[in-house]
Design a protein around this ligand. Structure first.
Ligand code: FES
Length: 114
């Protein structure tokens, strides 16, 4: 098991070895932005890897192509991954807005009620 931490909210969850960042989040009922359902086509799931990039599977040719189409050739030099295509093999910290914990629709779970 590896730990995935998602900034800026500081969401943290366990990922089975080889699970994708997004699938592991969904396994814990977190919402991860997607429009293609994890098929590597929409790039909506794109995240920035803050640390632990060496603990992710290498980009496939299809992922590279999707990134190039979305952001240009220079995208391959950036620490960005499609969360639906990056398989976790160790602890990783990524940045992705829009990831939400379960049952938080319309609410920020970090808010405290008075
Ligand atoms: S969910 Fe569409 S590319 Fe990852």
């Amino acid at each position: 098991m590896a730990t995935v931490r998602v900034l800026p909210k500081g969401i943290e969850y366990e990922a089975a070895d080889g699970a994708t960042i997004m699938a592991a989040a969904q396994a814990h009922d977190y919402y991860w932005p997607t429009t293609c359902g994890g098929e590597g086509r929409c790039t909506t799931c794109l995240c920035t890897v803050v640390s632990g990039i060496e603990n992710l599977s290498p980009r496939s040719r299809a992922e590279e192509q999707a990134l190039i189409e979305e952001r240009g050739l220079s995208a391959l030099e950036e620490p960005i991954r499609l969360a639906c295509q990056a398989h976790v093999h160790g602890d990783v910290v990524v940045e992705k807005t829009g990831v939400r914990p379960p049952f938080s629709f319309g609410q920020d779970s970090t808010e405290t009620k008075e």
